[in-house]
Write a new protein. Structure first.
Lengths: 792, 161
């Protein structure tokens, strides 16, 4: 019987009431007394030398209060990369400065080199045009294509580093010779070259920031669209602006989606703070959608060659990949970790593979920065692997299901150390595969294919068995790997005198439903109603120093911190109860919201203990502090490893190449599930983004570095009629072995597992339709591409 | 600046606007009705959908000056008289038809317009009708379910949740 509250219940989301009634408060919904508006002046060329920026005409325009240029920020720091990666030869990566405003050069279309502050947004926009008209920017040849960027004689994105290569990374370099030997000895090697298409995250709320400065105290406040306000605060204070950390508050209020793109600190955040101080008035900036396309960190953009060495019956002997990964014009905060430690480490997939080696070069180009987008490196690894394994099965005339079954790790093999340095703690990959096949009625496919054929359509089915690593940690390991921060999280549980609870968490909810789910966990553990618990997030002046939400980490890391803090609350409650009940502390048990003396009917409710903690009239003051508030930091000792099996069924129109996704089935292992409704919703959204990538989404720069897909008229955002209803299951659960809730994370799974399932299905449809020459089509599998492939 | 008067959620309101002032700006900045969101600059995303004289309109595409005397309804006017969520709003909560909430006001307003004209739409009709409303969070699954439920129809049990 489903529960109606607490852990495992599909509690309705409390945040929905404000969102459905139009009373949510997103950054751009706030109005500040005496506020003024910032508009950025952005480069229209991909690569150019800034000769001069004449601001005098703009400054003379109505309502204009100030114009900032790169010169104004020349003395402050740059926005850093969060991870320092070394090349195979031991050289540190190249980290050119990323200034608040471009100075000396502009490096991508949309790169801001000036900002106008005016009384109204329209006045600022008009004046921004005048700044652009008064700027002399000498256009230079654009560096767009990655291979060309690395070729001898290429122009440079950053002259001062003398190369367009950021680093050349091997994972693991010590594996290299053994992999080469195993590949050479393999009876069959499947090779596949593929492109993981560049995507724009497209959170529906455009980025926005409001800067305030309080001269009486010297305090700053930044209200901004962030997934991790403390991280933004640290970056602004310690790296960019030099503001003492205790003098800046960062607030991320309701945030309308992130998908990675709002993890990072962007220059506009520093700009509004500097402008607020200069003008003594709140300064606000909101991106227009075209600015989002030009300047939000993009995702993916890998070009990969993967080789899989196998026996003739499909046993994988070795995997080798060579990848060029685009980092764009500047290093966004996670851009160096995403293609390396979130990609190379996953290249063994859910399989028992003796030898794996990954080589990856990151390349600067005159395009928007590229960073983590939902899945972040793991979709790229999964796509390469699952496409190559499908191709291998076809080349050897083996069944794609049987090939995977042959290589999947079995439950008795955990914990399993992969050749690429991860330790999978637990899983049951056969169970999720069997569940997906059952739910998709795999055995009935032939009948459905015949029915499609009778209509003149080609039907195909595609499988992907995937694994990811979430909740990146532990800090001492990531520190060795080059991380500049720790990867713990934190929670403070504050019990009030009347027994209600506020939990201040480092995680940030921008659609995930933490306010509901975290409250379910607290209520379950303390035996109190969910309605007695509020979750506070997003304000650095209230919450402990946590790392925010990305990488499906919120429950696994921050939820674990919260669980630890609750343990401390219960432990202190037992001390108080022991005093009140005149019993030994060791005899006190806590269950269903009641502290009782074991074996007696003497008990105190949670509320009575809370009251006593704050009104300590009968209280052990000699040995125990009053109050009931506890904080815990939690640094995981391993990643979590969600995994699953996805099946996609498509119909291809042989006359046009148009692909329709008819069915999509997900069988996932997320460990323990706190709220099944929300978990299913996370999978739906991820799958839609993955199908979008596979079917229609693409980001195109022309040879001059102009972004051709820069609006919703040009970038194919998936609509409701692009999808079927999905079938989602998470019953095959193997709880995580190393965090207290046994949770693994579910936010990115859909986007990781789905793209190869879609493309595998399309290739399957064409192959079954007799077009055996079609072995691969790059994403998105648009009608034009499919039709062209069919024609050979 | 020119004065314009209209009825918003049953209340007469007026304000001075420029010729270029959009209805979305009039509502958000003039009336502080910030439930209507702006998610794009090309009239594609649909986060700004409101009702003007009973019809769904993208408020980023309408000029405030053109709407003298119009009856406008926004997400803030969709609750029941007692303040509880209206039928469509409640269905969105019951079926988890929203995540970040940003596209949600437009989705609810579009759904209301659909159900006014077509009280028992098929799943296919719902999906086609939402062509002008983009959601990046939900994959549309639960939005479709919510709108079907609001129309008094239950979806077949396709999902395992």
């Amino acid at each position: 019987m489903p529960k109606d509250s607490g852990i495992g219940a599909s509690s309705k989301r409390r945040e929905d009431v404000r969102f459905l009634s139009g009373t949510g408060v997103y950054t751009d919904d706030m109005a500040m007394h005496r506020q003024v508006h910032a508009v950025m002046v952005r480069s229209t060329v991909a690569n150019g030398r800034i000769v001069s920026v004449d601001t005098s005409a703009a400054l003379a325009m109505p309502g204009v209060l100030a114009v900032f240029t790169g010169e104004d920020f020349a003395a402050v720091g740059g926005n850093p990369a969060g991870w320092l990666i070394n090349s195979r030869n031991g050289e540190p990566m190249k980290e050119p400065k990323r200034p608040v405003l471009a100075h000396g050069k502009v490096r991508h279309v949309g790169d801001a080199y000036a900002a106008v502050i005016a009384e109204t947004r329209d006045q600022a926009k008009d004046a921004a045009e005048a700044v652009a008209a008064g700027a002399v920017i000498e256009e230079l040849p654009a560096v767009v294509n990655m291979a060309a960027a690395l070729a001898e004689g290429s122009g440079l994105v950053h002259d001062e580093i003398g190369t367009n290569q950021c680093f050349d990374w091997g994972w693991i370099e010590a594996n290299r010779d053994a992999v080469d030997a195993a590949m050479k000895a393999a009876p069959h090697v499947t090779t596949l070259e593929l492109v993981n298409n560049r995507l724009v995250p497209n959170a529906m709320e455009p980025r926005a920031s409001i800067g305030e400065y309080f001269p009486g105290t010297g305090d700053y406040k930044l209200t901004t669209t962030s997934q991790n306000p403390h991280l933004t605060k640290l970056l602004v204070c310690a790296f960019v602006m030099g503001i003492p950390e205790h003098k800046l508050t960062v607030v991320a209020p309701d945030v309308g989606g992130g998908f990675g793109s709002k993890i990072y600190h962007y220059g506009e955040e520093a700009l509004v703070l500097a402008a607020a101080k200069k003008l003594g008035r709140p300064v606000r900036w909101t991106a227009e959608r075209s600015e989002s396309f030009l300047t939000d960190a993009h995702g993916r953009d890998h070009v990969t060659t993967i080789e899989v060495g196998v026996t003739l019956d499909g046993e994988i002997l070795a995997i080798r990949t060579n990848t060029l990964a685009n980092v764009g014009a500047y290093l966004s905060n996670f851009s160096t970790a995403t293609p390396t430690f979130l990609h190379g480490t996953l290249m063994a997939g859910p399989y028992k593979v003796p030898h794996v080696y990954v080589n990856l070069k990151t390349v600067f180009t005159n395009t928007a920065p590229v960073d983590a987008y939902r899945g972040a490196g793991r979709p790229e690894a999964t796509y390469s692997l699952e496409r190559a394994i499908d191709k291998m099965a076809r080349e050897l005339h083996l069944d794609p299901v049987a090939v995977r079954r042959k290589n999947l790790l079995t439950p008795d093999q955990f914990p399993y150390t992969t050749p690429v340095a991860l330790v999978y703690d637990t899983g049951n990959y056969q169970a999720t595969l069997d569940k997906a096949l059952e739910l998709a009625d795999y055995d009935g496919f032939e009948g459905r294919r015949a029915a499609s054929a009778a209509k003149g359509k080609l039907r195909g089915i595609g499988l992907s068995t995937w694994i990811e690593a979430c909740g990146i940690a532990p800090s001492h390991l990531v520190g060795q790997l080059g991380a500049r921060v720790g990867l713990y999280d934190a929670a403070t549980v504050r019990v009030s005198a009347t027994g209600t609870i506020s939990v201040m968490v480092g995680a940030h909810s921008h659609g995930q439903g933490h306010e509901t789910v975290f409250a379910q966990v607290v209520a379950d553990k303390l035996g109190i109603p969910e309605a007695s618990v509020d979750i506070v997030h997003g304000d650095t002046s209230k919450i402990p120093f946590g790392m925010g939400s990305y990488g499906s980490r919120s429950l696994a890391v921050c939820g674990s911190a919260m669980d630890r803090a609750l343990d401390k609350i219960i432990a202190k409650g037992k001390k108080i109860a022991a005093h009140m009940l005149e019993a030994a502390e060791g005899d006190i048990t806590f269950e269903n919201g009641s502290f009782s003396v074991a074996g007696t009917d003497k008990a105190k409710s949670f509320g009575e203990i809370a009251f006593s903690a704050y009104v300590p009239h009968n209280y052990p003051l000699e040995t125990l502090e009053p109050g009931l508030e506890e904080t815990a930091f939690y640094d995981p000792n391993n990643f979590t490893y969600p995994a699953g099996a996805y099946l996609c069924e498509v119909e291809v129109d042989p006359d046009t190449g148009k692909v329709d996704v008819l069915a999509f089935t997900c069988a996932d292992d997320f460990g323990n599930v706190m709220n099944p409704m929300i978990v299913a919703g996370q999978v739906h959204g991820g799958v839609a983004q993955g199908i979008g990538q596979a079917m229609i989404e693409n980001t195109i720069y022309d040879e001059n570095g102009q972004l051709l897909s820069a609006s919703y008229m040009d970038y194919a955002m998936p609509r409701a009629d692009d999808f079927p209803m999905y079938t989602v299951d998470h019953s095959c659960s193997t709880p995580c072995t190393h965090n207290p809730l046994g949770v693994k994370g579910c936010g990115e799974a859909g986007a990781i597992g789905s793209p190869p399932a879609v493309v595998n299905a399309v290739i399957d449809a064409l192959q079954r339709g007799g077009m055996t020459h079609v072995t691969h089509i790059d994403m998105p599998v648009s009608p034009a591409r499919v039709w062209a492939a069919m024609q050979g | 600046m020119t004065k314009v008067t209209m009825t918003v959620n049953g209340r007469a309101v007026s304000g001075d606007v420029e010729g270029r002032t959009l209805l979305s700006e009039f509502l958000r900045e003039g009336q502080r009705l910030t439930g209507t969101h702006v998610g794009c600059d090309t009239s594609q995303c649909g986060a700004c959908v409101v009702h003007v004289n009973g019809e769904a309109v993208k408020s980023c595409t309408a000029l405030a000056l053109d709407l003298e005397g119009a009856e406008v309804r926004t997400i803030e006017g969709m609750a029941n008289a007692d303040g509880s969520l209206g039928v469509i709003q409640q269905a969105f909560q019951d079926h988890h038809g929203l995540q970040c909430g940003f596209c949600t006001p437009g989705m609810v307003m579009s759904a209301a317009a659909l159900l006014k004209d077509n009280p028992k739409p098929t799943e296919h009709e719902v999906r086609e009708y939402l062509e002008g409303n983009i959601c990046r969070c939900t994959g549309y699954h639960n939005i479709v379910k919510a709108i079907m439920a609001a129309s008094g129809q239950e979806m077949p049990a396709v999902a395992a949740e």
